[in-house]
Design a protein around this ligand. Structure first.
Ligand code: WT7
Length: 644
């Protein structure tokens, strides 16, 4: 395998050359005058009510204060809808492709605007006001986007909770942000199966007494119990609502949404994004990184429950007047040819997915891909985890027929949108490298003392200065924001990732360096899984680490110590897996559970995860120094009883 695919040896086009040249110019402009640059971008991308005059006011020191465009006012839904009505009201805004092949729908900008206004009025009728939090627990249906935009229209802050999360996880997120309204559906459809979202919501609400209203969208038509006075049928609510809903005028720094994400410690954090900066970033990166041009069909396969769905299914594409495809299903249903069938069916030009999906499909060979023509494809993207060169190569040559550039986009829930990524036409691409920072982004690689490293380097990835799409705080806990991101390396935003910079200045993300596991491109905190395991009455203690997994990137490996007298049986193993599924959701279920009579601890009682990671990865020959352990013998037991 070549260590990079040189663009010069690949088909190029005037358009690709233009795209790459444009970004080079933007990079130079941003470097020369950061405020002038963002002022211009903000003005051209967003429909401001009052255009901002103050552009950047940010500090990563002390209390950490991040403000962009602070005296500007706007409404995100206007930038996504109203201002397109004159020019592209009849253009399709969202194409919906259902779980079952053959089920599809679409909505024009004009229709979407009407639906958003009606639902916004309905939410007002339920008492939702500016600044209130609205939790959205929905499948991938058009109403999920309607719910997000309707919240934005009236200035409510949405918190979308992924439909794969358990009632317990949903309840925690509702309680943390004190939502009074939940929007859900009867059920979700996924890969031919049903997920009982309304029943999950009912279960969650047993511990959420402050929720006064639940809106239920009929998706599958299943009969679900409705609580009188609390639960409302979506269709009935909007049927009675007016289609005239003047947008709430929001400050640029007013929150647009909260999205919960896992960290190395504690419960998930409510990552808070603002209206002005986030919208500018969503529009800027969606256009630049995919070289999006008017009229093109854009498909991001993420779920709206993750930030990728927020920025690249809803806000970025709609701000840019794009046609965005929303897929309800999964890549392998009814078979592994589904994604490519959908690409042909809707003539998708830009396709954006996760390495884990590519690896899963690659295992089924080329045939399911070759059944489709894929001639509409122009740009391919990946996100969520490092892509291994084999998967990159397959994506490039088999899926893209060696015609389409791949943009390997590095970013995080916290960053709002892409920070490090190639752009179409960039030369050369290197499989596995996210390549270069976008205009105005200043990455740094630091050593363990926080000293910035020059040239070729390997260390921790930080960002030296703010960008408009950056998260502003952890909802309700600014100290946690400071502590998590700005205290490891003073004055720098610490990403939690390790990275290498090569001789060409390209960045290679090497993965998380904290106690966060990246399972199939989804973030899971080891502490969360440990806390779920620990709440089972037979568990004395547990330690959870990530380990290399062929398809998922990382798998979850749990070491569990049972209470005295409890027998370690196969049945209990299954019970614990089911317990984690119930506590957090299917994505958190450990791939491996190993019984651990003891865990390797230092004399002060700290679990030495380094050793547990090595055992899980089957690197038992390089365990390193175990002499500082309180009881080195526990390691021998764990090594000899290692699973698989
Ligand atoms: C973590 C953020 C960004 C939306 C999806 C995940 C990893 C993300 C890449 C990439 C290597 C990547 C990082 C990052 N990651 N993109 N292109 N190459 N690693 O968002 O759940 O907030 O996770 O995903 O480790 O820190 P998230």
């Amino acid at each position: 395998m070549p260590d990079h695919v040189d663009y010069a040896s690949q088909p190029t086009s005037p358009r690709l050359t233009e795209s790459a040249a444009r970004v080079a110019t933007l990079r130079a402009e941003a470097a020369a005058d950061i405020e002038g640059f963002w002022k211009r971008e903000a003005m051209s991308r967003i429909a401001w009510v009052k255009p901002p005059t103050r552009i950047k006011n940010t500090s990563f020191e002390g209390d950490v204060s991040i403000k962009w465009f602070e005296d500007g006012t706007l409404n995100a839904s206007v930038s996504c809808l109203d201002r397109h009505l004159e020019t592209r009201g009849d253009q399709t805004a969202i194409i919906w492709e259902g779980d079952e092949p053959g089920s599809q729908d679409s909505v024009t900008y004009r229709d979407l605007h009407t639906r958003v206004c009606k639902f916004a009025n309905a939410l007002k009728g339920l008492g939702v006001r500016k600044g209130d939090r609205v939790t959205i627990y929905m499948p991938m249906v058009i109403e999920a986007a309607v719910a997000m935009l309707a919240s934005a229209r009236i200035g409510a802050i949405h918190s979308v909770v992924f439909g794969g999360f358990s009632p317990h996880s949903l309840a925690g997120r509702i309680q943390d942000c004190k939502s009074s309204v939940v929007i859900t559906s009867d059920e979700a459809r996924r890969g031919g199966k049903r997920v009982p979202l309304k029943a999950n919501t009912d279960e969650a609400l047993k511990t959420c007494p402050d929720v006064t209203a639940v809106v239920v969208v009929a998706v599958t038509g299943a009969t679900v119990p409705m609580v009188a006075g609390r639960d409302h049928d979506y269709a009935t609510l909007v049927a009675d609502a007016s289609a005239d809903c003047p947008p709430e005028e929001m400050g640029a720094e007013d929150p647009l949404f909260i999205l919960y994400t896992s960290g190395s410690t504690g419960t998930p954090k409510g990552v808070q994004h603002t209206t002005g900066g986030y919208m500018v970033w969503a529009s800027f990166t969606h256009e630049l990184v995919f070289d999006y041009r008017p009229g093109e069909i854009f498909w991001c396969t993420a779920d709206v429950g993750w930030v990728t769905g927020h920025t690249y299914i809803v806000y970025g594409p709609l701000a840019n007047g794009a046609t965005t495809l929303m897929f309800e299903g999964v890549p392998t249903y009814p078979d592994s040819g589904r994604l490519w069938e959908v690409v042909d069916k809707h003539k998708v030009e830009i396709f954006y997915t996760a390495p884990t999906a590519i690896r899963a499909l690659m295992r089924d060979g080329d045939e399911p891909v070759k059944r489709s023509s894929r001639t509409s494809l122009r740009v391919l993207g990946t996100v969520g985890e490092p892509i291994n060169p084999e998967a990159w190569e397959w994506y490039y040559s088999v899926v893209g027929d060696s015609r389409c550039p791949i943009v390997d986009t590095w970013w995080q829930t916290e960053t709002g949108g892409h920070l490090i990524s190639p752009v179409p036409g960039m030369n050369p691409l290197k499989p596995g490298s996210a390549t270069l920072p976008l205009p105005g982004v200043k990455p740094l690689i630091v050593d363990s003392n926080g000293t910035p490293l020059e040239g070729e380097a390997d260390g921790h990835l930080c960002i030296a200065d703010s960008w408009p799409g950056q998260m502003r705080t952890v909802f309700g806990d600014h100290d946690r924001f400071i502590k998590t991101y700005f205290s490891t390396y003073k004055g720098l935003y610490f990403t939690g990732d390790g990275a290498r910079r090569d001789a060409d200045g390209y960045y290679w993300i090497t993965g998380r360096v904290d106690d966060v596991i990246n399972v199939s491109g989804h973030r899971m905190g080891t502490a969360e899984v440990e806390s779920a395991l620990g709440s089972h009455h037979h568990v004395a203690e547990s330690a959870v680490v990530g380990y290399p997994h062929d398809v998922k990137g990382q798998g979850i490996y749990a070491y569990v110590t049972l209470k005295h007298g409890v027998e370690a049986t196969e049945a209990l193993l299954k019970e614990l897996a089911g317990w984690v599924r119930k506590e957090i959701g299917p994505i958190a279920v450990p791939d491996v559970i190993q019984w651990a009579p003891g865990l390797p601890k230092t004399r002060s009682g700290k679990i030495m995860r380094r050793i547990l990671r090595k055992i899980a990865a089957n690197e038992v020959d390089s365990l390193g120094d175990t002499s500082t352990l309180a009881d080195p013998a526990v390691v021998d037991d764990l090594v000899s009883n290692r699973k698989k």
